[in-house]
Design a protein around this ligand. Structure first.
Ligand code: ATP
Ligand code: MG
Length: 568
């Protein structure tokens, strides 16, 4: 491509609504153009980088035996009704009617469609396993689209689905996908971590996320300093915390007027927050009803809502109003484990199991109990891991210290089980002739988000720095002054040489000044720029290594060989 003919509208201006460097630089570098909230056009450079990422994803998946398909983007609402997700997805689903008043949904993910694809054709175990994927536009009417391609409403996802005759075979494929994803993200030159993730309301046992490490990431990861352990904070585990200096308490009810906060109470009683029971009341929203649930954690801990939602199997948890608490017989600020109203649903954090010498709300205005014990709770008391793991907590695997990192979720693999195949009746006959629902796995990659992730991880104050594997052009040939015919001729010669080798190359033959052109080169992030300037007459040219930020002088006789080596 000749730069003089290319549609690459670079700009010096920082776009108004952009805060993340990746968002700013992709717009300034002429890769993308905003259309409306969460909607972007990919310009020629953006399209090229997307295709390059796509090629790497496809190459590794095909090697692993996956097969690419291409499903309709417009999906019939009946399928979403069959699975029940028409409610679950809520407003993220964009729905519309066709001219015959049939309801359709723009695909936000394709589990239903993919099950529909196989259910009529696969009837026997002999046709299993299958792993089908597509790389395709998705639409989610996100509540807060932001950060450019990072969280768009329209975006490109690789979504894969595997079908198996047994749990065991699905797990084998899951491991294969984990390995395949690692290869993909390594080839993209990313610094990433594979972490344990929340399996969500759909259930399933195993779920892993692939996180690109970046300070701007929206996800918090808990990682161990000493071992490989890593998890999304939503699901992270720790070693149970040791008690501070033990205290002995005599049981009694104390007047604590207006004292609701743990800190205040801790000071009042001279007791560490560890020995308090914190009660968090939430309204759990289910498909067909609502219910107030009380979650109990230690005063020194916080409730992790994702864990909490999972323990009661609700769609979501929302704050309960004063009125709703009163109706349930609860007193805000004084809720606790003793003297609970009848029939209220409770979940206790696992680390509270068997504890004694606790201070807890009396479920009565202005009163707390001191010296409460949980040793005598009924057999069927619901205990679960409910707490937010904090920095400095200890790793449940090796005892090492845990700390936080920020990450961008670029992939998610999921052991789905039979939830969808049961609902959508995707059955097969097993080896004994018995009808069984297919066991599924599902595997996603945020292909367009990856463009942002790559840039977020790799840029400097001059612009984008791209690895050659995904750069739209690997080589930029910058002719300093196109009016000088020997400079332009040499540029043309190198250009046709690399064109003929099939290396994606661009020739900057624009009439602009050198300073302007080199700024563009750095902003766009070409991995290598060959600078043909004044020293050409002495038989010398320069190669700018974008990643290293260094220029290297090379003699004109050696420049082709040198570049060929770099561009391999
Ligand atoms: P997130 O928690 O970031 O909303 P998700 O859990 O909703 O992601 P999945 O349903 O697992 O995402 O989708 C698979 C992949 O698609 C994600 O790992 C992510 O990389 C990408 N993705 C999801 N939502 C968006 C979006 N709005 N814009 C761009 N990429 C997205
Ligand atoms: Mg989401």
């Amino acid at each position: 491509m000749r730069f003089s003919r290319a549609y690459i509208p670079t700009s010096k201006e920082t776009p108004n609504d952009a805060v993340l460097q990746s968002h700013i630089l992709l717009i300034r570098g002429g890769y993308i153009q905003g259309v409306a909230s969460g909607l972007y056009n990919l310009l020629p450079l953006g399209k090229k980088i997307l295709d390059n990422i796509r090629d790497i994803v496809k190459d590794e998946l095909d090697r692993a035996g996956c097969q690419e398909v291409d499903l309709a983007f417009v999906t019939p609402a009946e399928l979403w009704e069959e699975s029940g997700r028409i409610q679950k997805f809520g407003k993220e689903l964009l729905r519309f009617h066709d001219r015959k008043e049939n309801l359709f949904v723009l695909g936000p993910t394709h589990e239903e469609m993919m099950v529909n694809l196989v259910r009529d054709n696969i009837t026997s175990y002999k046709q299993l396993p299958q792993n089908l994927y597509q790389i395709k536009t998705k639409f989610r009417d996100e509540a807060r689209p932001r950060f450019g391609l990072m969280r768009g409403r329209e975006f490109v996802m690789k979504d894969g689905y595997s079908f198996h005759e047994s749990e065991e075979d699905m797990k084998r494929e899951f491991s294969l996908m984990e390995e395949t994803y690692k290869k993909i993200f390594s080839r993209l030159g990313l610094d990433f971590r594979v972490v344990e993730a929340d399996s969500g309301a759909i259930g399933g046992t195993g779920s892993r996320e692939f996180m690109v490490l970046a300070d701007s990431g929206e996800d918090t990861l808990v990682v161990c300093k000493s071992c490989e352990y890593g998890a999304n904070i939503e699901t992270a585990k720790r070693q149970p915390k040791d008690a501070p200096e033990p205290v002995e308490m005599t049981f009694g009810k104390f007047l604590t007027p207006n004292m609701k906060a743990i800190d205040e109470l801790s000071e009042f009683f001279h007791v560490d927050p560890y020995f308090f029971v914190k009660a968090v009341a939430k309204k759990a929203i289910f498909e067909d009803r609502e219910e107030i649930v009380l979650f109990f954690v230690r005063g020194s801990d916080e409730l992790e809502e994702t864990k909490a939602v999972g323990t009661v199997g609700a769609l979501e948890l929302v704050d309960a109003s004063q009125e709703e608490l009163e109706t349930a017989g609860l007193v805000a600020g004084f809720m606790g484990v003793l003297n609970l109203p009848q029939n209220i649903r409770t979940v206790y954090d696992l680390e509270l199991k068997g504890s004694k010498n606790l201070i807890t709300g009396a479920n009565e205005v202005d009163y707390h109990y001191v010296g409460a014990t949980l040793e005598e709770l009924p057999e069927d008391t619901h205990f679960a891991d409910l707490v937010v793991v904090k920095e400095g907590d200890l790793c449940s695997v090796c005892g090492g210290e845990l700390h936080y990192k920020k990450g961008i979720e670029v992939g998610h693999i999921f052991q789905l089980g039979t939830a969808y195949s049961e609902k959508l009746k995707a059955n097969f006959l097993d080896q004994n002739g018995k009808s069984q629902p297919m066991v599924m796995g599902t595997y996603g990659i945020g292909v367009s988000r990856l463009i942002s992730a790559v840039v977020e991880q790799s840029h400097d104050d001059k612009g984008i720095i791209l690895p050659k594997e995904i750069a739209p052009y690997r080589l930029n040939i910058l002719v300093s002054n196109v009016k000088k015919s020997e400079e332009l001729e040499f540029g043309e010669e190198i250009y046709s040489h690399f064109q003929s080798l099939g290396v994606p190359t661009i020739l900057d033959d624009r009439k602009d000044r050198f300073g302007f052109k080199i700024k563009d080169a750095e902003l766009i992030g070409f991995p290598y720029t060959l600078i043909i300037g004044k020293s050409l007459k002495d038989g010398e040219v320069e190669i700018l290594h974008r990643a290293r930020g260094e220029k290297e002088s090379v003699s004109v006789d050696e420049v082709k060989t040198k570049l060929e080596e770099l561009l391999k």
